[in-house]
Design a protein around this ligand. Structure first.
Ligand SMILES: [Zn+2]
Length: 168
């Protein structure tokens, strides 16, 4: 199942569109659309004691589960600018990105997100934004179980970040 299967009308002219191989095409105006993965930026944020900051999601998908600060890139936004903006919106904190951890693919709300992940250092008292019920600092040895994490790639991201942090 691809996001393409759910696209029924041309976003330019409103005609019915059809799936052709890996894309949709509009017979009326020639619009062509691809369902590429959607880029997002996220950070495993550490304080000066080595604790990890997670936020509990207020809304679906994954309502009530623990989330890394982050979000989607705007159309013309550098990933690190998106990361700083999203962390600021969700936690009221300024971050210092430390290292790039890698990228993961994650199903999200009918699309696939290309998650770009960093470690970061934050200082100050976090304040939860509107999308979160609460923010909490976790000791690395007392992180939530995988089933309590909002997305399936988080155990791998957290494991990579903790391995990295021990050597920093
Ligand atoms: Zn069209």
């Amino acid at each position: 199942m691809s996001a393409l299967d759910a696209w029924k009308f041309c976003p330019v002219c409103g005609e019915a569109i059809g799936k052709v191989d890996d894309r949709v095409e509009c017979p009326a105006c020639g619009f062509v659309g691809y369902a590429n993965a959607v880029p997002g930026a996220e950070a495993v944020c550490f304080d000066d004691r080595g604790r990890v900051l997670l936020g509990r999601r207020a809304f679906d998908p994954s309502k009530g589960l623990w989330d890394l600060p982050g979000g989607f890139l705007h159309e013309d936004e550098h990933p690190l600018d998106a990361l700083r903006r999203e962390v600021r919106e969700e936690t009221a904190l300024e971050i210092e990105p430390l290292g790039f951890l890698g990228f993961w693919l994650e199903p999200y709300d009918g699309r696939v997100v290309l998650c770009l992940s960093w470690t970061a250092r934050v200082t100050g008292e976090p304040r939860a934004g509107d999308d979160l019920v609460e923010l909490r600092w976790f000791e690395p040895a007392a992180l939530p179980e995988p089933s309590e994490l909002a997305f399936s790639h988080y155990p791998a991201v957290l494991s990579a970040a903790l391995g990295r942090n021990e050597h920093s």
